[in-house]
Design a protein around this ligand. Structure first.
Ligand SMILES: [Zn+2]
Length: 88
């Protein structure tokens, strides 16, 4: 059965996206409600994420990914440039 424009519009009237509602952390950064802060790693006033360890791990993984790409010969000029700017 063909749907007319009115029926399509009525269905699509529920498709609108709403903006994310963000709460302010005690450190001042915006965070998703009911989630730990990505900036300071705190939830409900106590530290639940080791931010320093996570930063180190992410840096190590990015470096490993770059070396693997370079060894496989897939690394392009732009990605190599990005890696050097990220380190600086
Ligand atoms: Zn925070």
């Amino acid at each position: 059965m063909r749907r007319n424009r009115s029926q399509t519009a009525k269905r699509r009237s529920h498709h609108a996206l709403t903006a994310a509602r963000l709460a302010k952390c005690e450190c001042g950064a915006l965070r998703i409600p009911h989630h730990a802060c990505r900036k300071c790693g705190k939830y409900d006033g106590r530290v639940v994420i080791d931010i320093v360890a996570r930063a180190k791990r992410d840096a190590r993984r990015a470096k490993k990914r770059q070396t693997e790409l370079r060894e496989s010969g897939q690394a392009t000029e732009s990605t190599a440039e990005k890696a050097t700017t990220a380190q600086a």
